[in-house]
Write a protein that binds this ligand. Structure first.
Ligand code: IPE
Ligand code: IPE
Ligand code: MG
Length: 269
């Protein structure tokens, strides 16, 4: 009980509730080089559990706090006019966690959608879910489809939420689809190129990832966007996801602007 009460108090402090989309000339954006922003940012939102434990709370309180962070980072991405924000919410490996934690997360996704749907729509967000969605609870799948439909004609930031997502699983599904087309005589193997593979990925229609952010200290990809991050810049921070503020996100943008992206060549031109 005490943990529950404490959990509420601390999570309220951790993420601001009243954070609005920052204007172009907002102090938050001071010092940003608008010509050198990433277009597609991916985020591995890690450290919820460790953060909560560190506060003497249950791991699940960390996930609740993480949702608030996500809301504010999406608002910041909108203010920055990024083309796409892709976030890792649940991996194909996360089923290994205790059932109670998995159930809590599935519920949290459902509640998040219920609560935030309308506001995201008003913010002109195009939501899209990536991953093996048919492995998720049917009621959640339905909510996801409805959310995508509601926002399908929006023109703002592409907000991709990875749920039951694994980069290897995504590539496997793409290979199966392509192989089927070959088998049916619709496709010659020599016609398989990078563009065709991209067409068969969940992220079809998105630009490659420019910047990959991982919070909470670990420096690995954990099976996220293996194909799409081929030439991404990586940004690792020790800040746990529940404490990752819009200021932290802007710091990552500034760091990105200082990178020399050569793409195998000798200059970044
Ligand atoms: C990230 O936080 C959220 C999910 C994987 C769903 P974690 O739950 O991995 O938190 P840590 O890394 O154990 O602290
Ligand atoms: C990656 O975090 C997945 C998500 C953020 C959803 P994990 O916490 O599951 O990754 P590992 O286990 O540390 O590699
Ligand atoms: Mg983790």
């Amino acid at each position: 009980m005490l943990k529950k009460i404490l959990g509420k108090a601390v999570t309220t402090l951790a993420g601001r509730d009243d954070f609005a989309i920052p204007e172009h000339d907002s102090p938050l954006f001071a010092g940003i080089d608008w010509d050198r922003l990433p277009r597609h940012v991916a985020v591995i939102m890690d450290g919820n559990g460790r953060w909560a434990k560190g506060q003497g709370m249950l791991r699940t309180a960390g996930h609740s706090a993480g949702v608030k962070t996500l809301k504010n980072i999406l608002k910041t991405a909108i203010g920055l006019q990024l083309d796409a924000l892709t976030v890792y919410a649940f991996s194909t490996e996360n089923w290994k966690r205790p059932e109670a934690e998995v159930d809590f997360l599935m519920n949290l996704f459902s509640e998040y959608l219920k609560k935030e749907l309308q506001e995201m729509h008003e913010d002109n967000v195009q939501i899209h879910f990536i991953g093996r969605l048919d492995g998720l609870p049917p009621s959640l799948q339905k909510q996801m489809r409805e959310a995508e439909e509601l926002m399908q004609n929006n023109t703002g930031v592409k907000f991709n939420v990875a749920a039951n997502y694994g980069g290897q699983d995504e590539l496997l599904r793409a290979v199966q689809q392509i192989a089927l087309a070959v088998k049916n005589g619709q496709l010659d193997p020599s016609a398989i190129d990078e563009a065709l593979i991209e067409k068969n990925l969940d992220t079809v229609g998105n630009l490659p990832v420019d910047l990959m952010i991982r919070t909470s200290g670990d420096k690995r990809l954990s099976n996220f966007l293996l194909w799409q991050a081929a030439y991404a810049e990586f940004y690792f921070t020790d800040v746990p996801w529940p404490e990752f503020s819009p200021e932290c996100f802007v710091d990552a943008m500034k760091d990105f602007a200082s990178r020399d992206r050569r793409f195998g060549g000798l200059t970044n031109k």
